[in-house]
Design a protein around this ligand. Structure first.
Ligand SMILES: *Cc1c(COP(=O)(O)O)cnc(C)c1O
Length: 400
């Protein structure tokens, strides 16, 4: 990829080749154009960059370390390294783009952040950012998800966010997205919509990627310093694809580094039992942009499943869709069972309990290490597993 990759993609209309764009109603188009303009003028300013750097260092605790997994590498082969986003404040990578989005909101004079959340991870990260900047925060969440993810609902409330229960339809993520958008459209002057991954209409996939690039920039320096080389293989899990874009972005120009994006194969490849969007989907439209999607016969988003609720989305970032077609990244999948096995392996061999999302990337690393015992592997450990403990123990029990 050329040195100018980040200036070339997306193009001015928000396209990554045929993917992305903004297929939205005209009044929303005006708001997106304003956010886009503000993003270019504000986020590239010296003052903004300095302030975001300070936040990352003193509030988030960045840089997060790169860690060599000694016992895991001895058992599986290869040299396995983790980029420890689980040690980022709030325990996952999502705060990287939430702090960026909230800082932009502050510079734009906004008073309120609005978003939807599925499992509650994005809601908690955004509520944290809102508390930091003294902004109001409104999080829309399906009633079914609110019961399932009760601790995250409590966290958001403690952080001062207003959690709006969504009680129509299936009462999960899709309805929450509609509800949050509706609320935003009623109040686009004082509020700003903050998306949770590299998805949605332009400029969000670009903004979120750029705010996540810090992960790759740090990791490349750290890996070079530790080993004197670049990693042979780089692995990240893919829901919408923000943690993966953050890490991959620093290595796209290095043809010798192989990149792997790992989707959830769930229980099986039957419709409704997985969320392997790029493995099994086809190009289509979802939530105002074009990307690979899983669809039913009528072209509506198909039902999806993953043991990791942060990965069960029937679309994917437009940039990943392009990178797949260009063969720059290999997209593959990991089953629920493989995910659980690696969840316990990492916990017991390294003393690190991964988020179930991140455990998909770890599981793939273990397979790859066995196949290529002489190679190095850098995995993005996107988050910690504390949120998943009850679910894992209740559903799977402890291994021997
Ligand atoms: C939300 C989440 C993900 C998935 O989001 P991406 O945008 O694909 O990165 C992955 N890991 C963790 C820990 C998450 O909370």
């Amino acid at each position: 990829m050329s040195k100018n990759y980040f200036k070339e993609y997306p193009n001015v209309d928000g396209f990554f080749n045929e993917y992305g764009g903004a297929f939205i109603p005209p009044h929303l188009e005006t708001e997106m154009a304003k956010i886009n303009e503000a993003y270019y003028s504000i986020s590239k300013s010296h003052k903004f960059i300095i302030e975001l750097r300070n936040i990352r260092k003193h509030y988030q605790g960045r840089p997060t370390p790169v860690y060599h997994c000694n016992r895991l590498s001895n058992k599986y082969g290869g040299q396995i390294y983790l980029k420890r986003e689980d040690l980022n404040h709030t325990g996952a990578h999502k705060l990287n783009h939430c702090m960026g989005e909230a800082l932009l909101a502050k510079y734009m004079g906004k008073k309120k952040l609005i978003a939807e959340t599925g499992a509650g991870q994005h809601g908690v990260a955004l509520a944290t950012a809102a508390a930091y900047f003294g902004l109001e925060c409104e999080i829309h969440m399906g009633e079914v998800d609110m019961v399932k993810e009760h601790p995250n609902v409590q966290r958001m409330k403690i952080l001062g966010a207003n959690v709006i229960p969504v009680g129509h339809g299936l009462k999960t993520l899709k309805e929450a997205v509609d509800s949050a958008f509706e609320a935003y459209l009623k109040d686009p002057i004082t509020a700003i919509y903050c998306i949770g991954s590299v998805v949605g209409p332009h400029p969000f996939p670009m903004m979120v990627r750029d705010f996540q690039r810090v992960v790759g920039i740090e990791a490349k320096d750290q890996f070079l310093e530790m080993t004197g080389e670049l990693p042979d293989n780089i692995i990240a899990c893919i829901g919408g694809g923000s943690n993966a874009m953050g890490l991959f972005s620093a290595f796209l120009e290095h043809e010798e580094c192989r990149l792997f994006g790992i989707e959830p194969a769930g229980k099986s490849f039957k419709t409704g039992e997985h969320a392997a969007t790029m493995t099994l989907g086809k190009p289509g439209m979802i939530h105002g942009f074009k990307c690979y999607t899983l669809q039913d016969e009528e072209g509506n988003p198909a039902p999806v499943h993953s043991i990791a609720s942060g990965l069960d989305y029937p679309g994917v970032g437009p940039e990943h869709s392009m990178l797949k077609d260009l063969n720059k990244v290999t997209y593959d999948s990991i089953t629920d069972q493989e995910c659980i096995d690696s969840f316990f392996e990492l916990s017991r061999l390294e003393g690190i309990i991964p988020a179930l999302e991140s455990a998909h990337a770890v599981a793939y690393a273990l397979k790859l290490a066995q196949k290529n015992p002489k190679q190095s592997i850098l995995v993005n450990l996107s988050g910690r597993g504390d949120k998943d403990l009850d679910y894992v123990i209740d559903t799977f029990g402890l291994p021997e």
